[in-house]
Design a protein around this ligand. Structure first.
Ligand code: ZN
Length: 83
């Protein structure tokens, strides 16, 4: 278990990007790219695609994750401000 990257104070199960309440605040248009990039990356690794292709997919996945975390972080800040 590690701390949720949004700073909400909850912990995250290993393998998850963030805790469930934070993830549910992320809109679908930001969630979908995370899933898509993750699936593509897994497929590429399984099929043994070349390192450059995998690097590109890893970057796309990291960017999609960062966008989702950014959004969830903003939600946490808002909640603190308006609590
Ligand atoms: Zn959280």
């Amino acid at each position: 278990m590690s701390a949720c990257p949004t700073g909400c104070g909850r912990s995250v199960t290993l393998g998850n990007l963030m805790c469930a309440p934070c993830w549910h605040r992320v809109p679908r248009e930001l969630q979908t790219p995370v899933w898509v990039a993750w699936r593509q990356l897994n497929k590429a690794v399984t099929r043994g695609l070349d390192e450059r292709a995998i690097r590109t997919l890893k970057r796309e996945h990291a960017e999609a994750r960062a966008a989702a975390i950014e959004h969830a972080k903003a939600c946490v800040v808002q909640r603190e401000l308006f609590a």
